[in-house]
Design a protein around this ligand. Structure first.
Ligand code: SAM
Length: 420
């Protein structure tokens, strides 16, 4: 990790890949793999951050992740016996995160599983079910898959009482929705595969239940206080005091999380229109619709980037979304500062993006925000990213391409730490 005392010190040429943060020693627990989540970071980042913070003298009792996603930090904190607080605006994320970090009795899971299967077997559906289904779900599912998923969903509601066991079955149900749909298997973003074959819903469900049981068998029951809320971090009123924050913020001009999880949010009844869940999501292009841009709120890096994007002709709606992203991240850093106990530490894992060849330096902007908010001992390390489903490449015009001879983007990211 390279120490940064002022933004002028920040020379990316001098930041080599830090092997400490690059290597993954050992396999991840099966519990980390019970549900896919885009931009999930590898679990070893959390262990390394715990070790690093302890070595630097942070007394860790409570760990927080302000953008907790599918709960990678939550699960690792639980394993280490720390209490945990996390939030994410995406209800699918917090469902996964809670399921991963709750404790379950495997016999009870098997008991409910038998009851669900029995219920599905006996279920009779109205003949016009598919005809009257949500149009977006009809777009994604063939009739047979839709009807089998519907039976399964109803069986879970009927047989498993509201509470953590219901959530676990909902999470397992959610984990099979993409495979059972027409969604192109290799694509993270919503795209129909017209050639995709229908697959057996109950077989998928069985597989995922077995995986969940395997995951439970690997876990030691470590009871610590775990709080995971589905909330907008920027407007959450009750922020706890915390010793260590480890988080990876969303990127701008990248994923639309609400769109990526539309199957789960529609099936689980979180919304009747997935687009409503884009509101408040940091980095979403739709999050700046009613936002009036005041560039005075931006820090220097933010101002410079927004100016440059104007110069290269980025559409004003997009410029507004980059500016909003930067202002949101500045507010997020301020809130982190308020949450940290004296001597506490923060870790951000963040990558830079680009638009038409212009770098959008999320990492540099974040460092400036940390400096402005009085963080000290700010350090940066670089790691390379592997094992992505599709590594995106960009052509000369900055457009995404699958051609591996083109420039690779998002191939590295930064670990940025700071303390109070
Ligand atoms: C890069 S992902 C985090 C992934 C996480 N580290 C993991 O391993 O799963 C960023 C997360 O920020 C969440 N997010 C975006 N805007 C938010 C907001 N205003 N409040 C809370 N979470 C938000 C997204 O839903 C997404 O899950």
């Amino acid at each position: 990790m390279v120490q940064i005392n002022s933004i002028k010190d920040l020379d990316y040429e001098k930041i080599d890949v830090d092997e400490e943060w690059n290597d993954c020693v050992g396999n991840e627990l099966t519990m980390h793999t019970i549900h896919a989540y885009p931009a999930k970071f590898p679990a070893f980042i959390a262990w390394k951050a715990f070790d690093y913070a302890e070595k630097e003298g942070v007394q860790i009792e409570k760990v927080s992740d302000i953008f907790c996603g599918c709960g990678t930090v939550a699960l690792e904190a639980k394993i280490r016996g720390y209490s945990f607080w996390g939030c994410d605006i995406n209800p699918v994320a917090t469902l996964i995160a809670r399921t991963k970090s709750n404790s379950y009795d495997r016999d009870k899971i098997l008991y409910f599983y038998d009851k669900i299967i029995d219920n599905v077997r006996k279920c009779e559906l109205p003949f016009d079910l598919y005809k009257n289904a949500n149009s977006r779900l009809k777009y994604w599912y063939y009739e047979i898959s839709y009807c089998n998923l519907y039976k399964l969903r109803q069986a879970i509601i009927i047989e498993v009482p509201d509470g953590k066991y219901r959530e676990a079955f909902e999470c397992i149900f959610s984990s099979i929705l993409k495979a059972c749909s027409k969604w192109l298997t290799k694509s993270i973003k919503p795209q129909v595969d017209p050639d995709k074959k229908e697959i057996d819903v109950m077989l998928q469900f069985d597989r995922q239940i077995n995986k969940f049981i395997r995951a439970l068998d690997e876990m030691e029951n470590n009871e610590t206080q775990m709080v995971i809320n589905c909330k907008n971090f920027l407007s959450e009123e009750k922020l706890p005091k915390t010793d260590l924050i480890i988080t990876s913020p969303p990127y701008v001009t990248s994923y639309e999380y609400a769109d990526l999880h539309q199957l789960s949010s529609l099936w689980l009844g979180y919304t009747d229109d997935y687009r409503k869940l884009r509101k408040g999501s940091i980095g979403s292009v739709y999050n700046s619709d009613n936002f009036t841009l005041d560039t005075q709120q931006l820090n220097d890096i933010g101002k410079k980037v927004v100016e440059k994007l104007g110069d290269i002709g980025m559409p004003s709606s997009k410029i507004k979304s980059v500016a909003r992203y930067y202002i949101d991240m500045q507010n997020a850093v301020k809130r982190c500062q308020n949450m940290l106990t004296a001597n506490g530490m923060v870790f951000f894992v963040v990558g830079d993006t680009e638009y038409k060849g212009v770098k959008i330096p999320n990492s540099k902007h974040l460092i400036e925000a940390l400096i402005d908010d009085g963080f000290r001992d700010i350090k940066i390390g670089k790691r390379t990213i592997s094992k992505r489903i599709c590594i995106p490449y960009r052509d000369e015009k900055g457009k995404f391409s699958k051609d591996k001879s083109k420039r690779k983007v998002y191939h590295e990211e930064f670990i940025i730490s700071g303390r109070l």
